[in-house]
Design a protein around this ligand. Structure first.
Ligand SMILES: NC(=O)c1ccc[n+]([C@@H]2O[C@H](COP(=O)([O-])OP(=O)(O)OC[C@H]3O[C@@H](n4cnc5c(N)ncnc54)[C@H](OP(=O)(O)O)[C@@H]3O)[C@@H](O)[C@H]2O)c1
Length: 417
């Protein structure tokens, strides 16, 4: 770590409307891509001026996501390929903060406004933005992953359309913790799969970032779900969030696809998938209508097999590998669907956020760390030692600040993983 003083990141010498020249930021550079603890370094960087329809926000707290584990590792591709115009990568795709300076053309927001930030960017000039979906735009990028100027810094630069009013019933760290994963899970279940009361859902990684929101969305919709986890503590968490039951994946180790197996090994693995499908049915009373996928290579053949005829496997990632294979007979003979999904549009983010404002969906915070914890937080995530979400305090002087209205706040996932 560099010798920059991180104890003063909450001190700002200028009023809203004026930007200082420099700021402290956690920066990844291409020549040090690797394990998060090494790739992230503290640096002093110029503060970005907002361009037309852009806003510079003072970050009060930031949320940690798996995407910047990938950014640190430089895998599957280096993020510098996405933003060659910048030789630094300031990651961070979730934040709560205060609008500090607005660019020309911005009328909806003013310095002093308290906001959270959704992470989808697209050019106003792309026609897809005006009729299809901003996620379909050729210019579409995830802020703080495919762009620099993310939230692990005192200030961040975003498009004005990324701003959403901060829920008043949440602290800075709670408000910063959920956007990317929750809005992704919302699109996957609510829009892509048209989740409804009575549906049965299988959720992989149910105590992880995406999973804790998938479970809550099922409970809020009146759907039943079974969460897959890797420990009793994680199982207890998903039950607390409203799951019908949970399965410890350690009891089905043989089901995970590694690749390169012999036909005999494939057969054995398939037997384990059948045993797993039976366990799922025992909990839900039937096969799932929807499988919520992001694990990828290890679990995908099981997902396609286990989902009900005419059911949907919705997938947004391949954490264990992108080369998926599965027995396609189970797909066509039983008329199942595989649906790819990626983040969410601004409308979905806003609708999803209303459920947070109403206290019907709650952030799930495992740990709040100081600004010095950015690299360590990503390493914990890389090593799968976390539950729910990790938040980072940036402008907030301590935890528990920023709430201006009563509300249930975040669920604290207090057990160790
Ligand atoms: N496309 C998008 O818009 C989008 C949005 C958000 C996230 N993502 C991606 O989705 C993935 C998950 O994100 P996240 O925030 O939920 O991460 P996370 O908090 O690390 O949760 C993932 C969960 O997956 C489970 N898992 C890990 N390895 C597994 C394996 N071999 N088999 C079965 N389960 C396994 C773990 O739970 P257990 O150990 O308890 O089983 C873990 O809690 C990441 O790759 C992320 O980059 C994509």
């Amino acid at each position: 770590m560099s010798s920059l003083d991180v104890t003063s990141v909450a001190d700002i010498s200028v009023e809203p409307g004026t930007l200082p020249e420099k700021m402290t930021a956690w920066v990844i550079r291409q020549d040090r891509e690797g394990e998060p603890v090494d790739a992230f370094q503290l640096e002093e960087i110029e503060v970005p001026e907002p361009g037309p329809f852009e806003v510079t926000v003072r970050v009060m707290a930031a949320g940690v996501n798996y995407n910047n584990v990938w950014a640190a590792l430089g895998q599957p591709v280096s993020v510098f390929r996405y933003h060659p115009e910048e030789d630094h990568h300031i990651g961070g795709s979730d934040a709560s903060g205060i609008v500090w300076k607005v660019g020309t053309g911005v009328t909806r927001w003013a310095p002093g406004d308290e906001v959270i930030i959704h992470c989808n960017q697209a050019s106003y000039e792309d026609v897809e933005v005006h009729g299809l979906d901003p996620m379909a735009a050729p210019s579409q990028k995830i802020w703080g992953y495919e762009t620099s100027w993310g939230s692990f810094a005192q200030f961040t630069k975003v498009q004005a359309q990324q701003l959403i009013p901060k829920p008043r019933n949440l602290t800075w760290e709670e408000a910063a913790s959920y956007g990317l994963v929750y809005f992704t899970a919302y699109r996957m279940l609510v829009d892509q799969c048209e989740l409804k009361a009575g549906d049965k859902v299988l959720i992989w990684g149910a105590a992880g970032g995406l999973g804790v929101f998938a479970v809550q969305l099922c409970a809020a919709a009146g759907a039943e779900c079974v969460g897959v986890v890797s420990s009793k503590e994680k199982g207890d968490l998903v039950m607390q969030l409203g799951a019908t039951g949970y399965i410890d994946r350690n009891e089905f180790k043989g089901m995970m696809r590694k690749g390169g197996e012999s036909p005999e090994q494939e057969k054995e693995r398939f037997g384990e998938s059948r045993r797993f499908a039976k366990a799922v049915k025992e909990i839900l009373g039937d096969a799932p209508d929807i499988v919520f996928e992001h694990v990828g290579k290890a679990t995908f053949p099981t997902s396609v097999f286990v989902v009900k005829p005419f059911g949907k496997v919705v997938i947004c990632a391949g954490t264990t590998g992108f080369d998926l294979d599965f027995d396609v007979r189970y797909l066509w003979m039983r008329q199942k669907q595989i649906i790819g999904s990626h983040f969410a549009n601004a409308y979905e983010c806003t609708k999803a956020n209303e459920l947070i404002e109403q206290g019907r969906i709650r952030p799930v915070l495992w740990r709040t760390m100081g600004f010095d914890g950015v690299a360590e937080a990503h390493q914990l995530m890389r090593d799968n030692k976390h539950l729910g979400k990790i938040a980072i305090l940036v402008g907030a002087e301590g935890a528990g600040l920023g709430r201006t209205e009563d509300g249930p706040g975040a669920i604290k996932a207090e057990v160790g993983a």
